[in-house]
Design a protein around this ligand. Structure first.
Ligand code: VGL
Ligand code: ZN
Length: 207
């Protein structure tokens, strides 16, 4: 449930930091785990700033046209209730984080967190509606992968009228074609997304 008495100006959207998108997973984003330290630092600051936290997760059925085995393009990944679909264990999401599941139907890709929904429903409100109800003006985005779900989420945030900040070093790209990640950054910037860096040191990176 959203808190009706408090107004939030900002929200963090952590996109798909799930085991299958990290090294060792079934659709690993190269160095995907390197987003975690930056995101953890931002999440810790967020606790002191009354910023809403959302975490999206790819949450696919075992058979979906999103997967190559059923006509799609991707190897099987992030199947509902599997270890691969779990958030990376080193990601420190606050207990108050709103979890948005997406891609839950047999025939949808759902790259954007704005296509996600909460398990308990939050009265059936979409992410855009929740953000607007809460008074959010600015969203801060990081996670996986820069050239797919992060890009789709950032572009939707702009379309929905939010000031949109991409935390560039808190994202990593799949880069199926070399340069996809850089082109995604360019496309987001062109659309009005503000590109920022946290400069959080990830040299002590988690496994
Ligand atoms: C994603 C490919 C397929 C992502 C999800 O989270 O970026 N990419 N499904
Ligand atoms: Zn997916």
């Amino acid at each position: 449930m959203v808190n009706a008495t408090k107004r939030y100006r900002g929200a963090i959207i952590v996109v798909d930091v799930q085991n299958d998108f990290c090294p060792g997973g079934s659709l690993p984003v190269p160095n995907g785990n390197e987003v975690i330290s930056a995101l953890n630092a931002v999440l810790e600051l967020a606790q002191q700033l009354d910023v809403l936290v959302f975490a999206s997760r790819d949450w696919h059925p075992a058979e979906t046209s999103h997967f190559a085995d059923f006509g799609g393009v991707w190897p099987t990944h992030c199947v509902q209730d599997t270890e691969g679909a779990a958030f990376h264990p080193d990601l420190h999401l606050p207990a108050t984080a709103h979890v948005l599941s997406k891609g839950t139907l047999k025939d949808e890709d759902a790259y954007s967190a704005f296509q996600g929904h909460e398990e308990q429903g939050d009265d059936g409100l979409s992410l855009a509606e929740i953000l607007k109800t809460e008074g959010v003006e600015t969203v801060w985005i990081g996670g996986l992968a820069t050239d797919y779900c992060v890009k789709a989420t950032a572009l939707d945030a702009v379309r929905n009228g939010f000031t949109t900040v991409l935390l560039v070093d808190a994202c990593r790209a799949v880069d199926i074609h070399e340069g996809d990640g850089d082109r995604a950054l360019e496309e987001m910037a062109q659309a009005g997304v503000k590109l920022m860096r946290t400069f959080i040191d990830n040299s002590q990176e988690v496994k």
